[in-house]
Design a protein around this ligand. Structure first.
Ligand SMILES: *Cc1c(COP(=O)(O)O)cnc(C)c1O
Length: 412
């Protein structure tokens, strides 16, 4: 098969779509006014960002005044969590509940707050990558300030029972935040119907540019200033708005959510073909179940393979993927998400995340299915761990129980 270029890392970032680019361009060329200026070009910019805010609010099922523009998902997560717990600390509430497999934007914020005297409960994740509303309910205490649980995991693609978790928090009157960066456009989200108090989203995961995102904060929840200066974002985040990016974000959010069932059907079919095409590789394992899984996510571990080598060999074949998360690649520690599932380091190390989008084609899927088994065999030929496994030399039961069987035992 001829070499082709296949981008299968949409959970790391996406290509800006044509409609998004076209919506943005006039704001860099013709309508470049400052939204704070009072002549007509400024007023137009102001009006258009307020329309963008309304468009996002309508898509999420909230009011426009509950949406704040940010520089992305990380900023939204930081702002939500830090602001909320600081105001709750004044009431003596210094306990935060989260999960062991959140994005680092949440986990590292919690680690920082732990140093500031907050107590953090990291809910354990099941082997299939889920947590339950019951776990949250049992962890809530009288001094709990905040529960923050991601809507969908960025590495293994599991979709968490957010409406149920939010329901438990509402019942116990604890503020509930969700990092919905990976869920937007893949899961129907209505913050009011689902009882969500705060929600983070990011543009560049849904075909808008990098460096823009939004935070929804329910009216009534206090949100302290993030940046002091001008009066932008209702006095809470000063600085001249990134008008083109905001216009692009609104276009991206509304088109991502325009036909979720249609897109889910199409992308899930390709995802399942990928899973079915790759899993026959011996000693492999799908991380996270097929149910409650993002339509575009495939995460598979291969015993006797280094994720980094796999990534580089796939790159030589024109395929862009990720091993673990983009933020942690470069370090040799296995993904905290895979370790949270209880997986041994040796298995977690050989993991691959493919994240496809509605722009992926059937030919792309065929190509990936053809290349991966070849690349795995090549890596395994050079792996001492693999040699031990096929020779049945050492006791590997603790590793082998995580993966599909060795197909051909070599008797030497
Ligand atoms: C990408 C991502 C973020 C960070 O968003 P940025 O816009 O890159 O800051 C946060 N949470 C999740 C789940 C993500 O996938």
């Amino acid at each position: 098969m001829e070499k082709r270029f296949v981008y299968a890392d949409n959970a790391a970032t996406t290509q800006v779509s044509k409609p998004v680019l076209e919506a943005m361009l006039p704001y860099m060329t013709e309508h470049y006014g400052n939204p704070s200026s009072i002549y007509s070009m400024g007023r137009k910019a102001k009006r258009d960002i307020e329309n963008a805010r309304l468009k996002i609010a309508e898509t999420l099922g909230c009011g426009a005044s509950e949406i704040y523009f940010t520089s992305g998902g990380s900023e939204a997560d930081n702002w939500a969590i830090r602001s909320c717990v600081l105001s709750m600390a004044e009431k003596g509430k210094k306990h935060i509940i989260t999960t062991a497999f959140e994005h680092h934007a949440v986990l590292h914020t919690c680690e920082y707050l732990a140093k500031q005297g907050f107590e953090i409960t990291y809910l354990p994740v099941s082997e299939n990558g889920l947590i339950t509303a019951g776990q949250v309910k049992d962890a809530i205490r009288s001094d709990t300030a905040l529960v923050t649980v991601m809507y969908a995991n960025n590495e293994i693609g599991t979709i968490l029972p957010i409406p149920e978790i939010a329901g438990v928090c509402n019942e116990k009157k604890v503020i509930f935040h969700t990092d919905a960066v990976q869920a937007v456009g893949n899961v129907g989200i209505n913050v009011k119907e689902q009882g969500i108090d705060m929600l983070s989203l990011s543009g560049h995961k849904i075909h808008a540019p990098k460096g823009v995102g939004a935070l929804y904060v329910r009216r009534g929840i206090s949100l302290p200033n993030l940046i002091f200066g001008g009066a932008q974002e209702r006095n809470r985040r000063a600085g001249t708005e990134n008008v083109p990016a905001i216009i692009g974000l609104a276009e991206a959010v509304s088109s991502a959510c325009a036909d979720i069932p249609g897109k889910v059907r199409k992308v899930t079919a390709m995802r399942d073909r990928l899973i079915d095409g790759i899993l026959p590789v011996e000693c492999s394992r799908l991380n996270g179940g097929r149910d409650n899984r993002l339509p575009g996510n495939v995460n598979i571990s291969f015993l006797g393979v280094e994720g980094e080598s796999l990534l580089l060999l796939l790159d030589m074949n024109g395929i862009c993927v990720s091993s673990g998360s983009a933020c942690t690649s470069g370090s040799l520690d296995p993904s905290h998400v895979l370790l949270a599932l209880g997986m041994p380091h040796e298995v977690a190390h050989g993991s691959l995340r493919l994240s496809i989008s509605d722009e992926t084609t059937d030919e792309d899927v065929d190509y990936i299915i053809e290349v991966i088994p070849k690349v795995i065999s090549r890596i395994r030929e050079m792996s001492p761990l693999w040699e031990d496994i096929i020779n049945g030399e050492k006791d590997m039961d603790s590793l082998l129980k995580w993966v599909s069987p060795v197909r051909k035992m070599v008797n030497q």
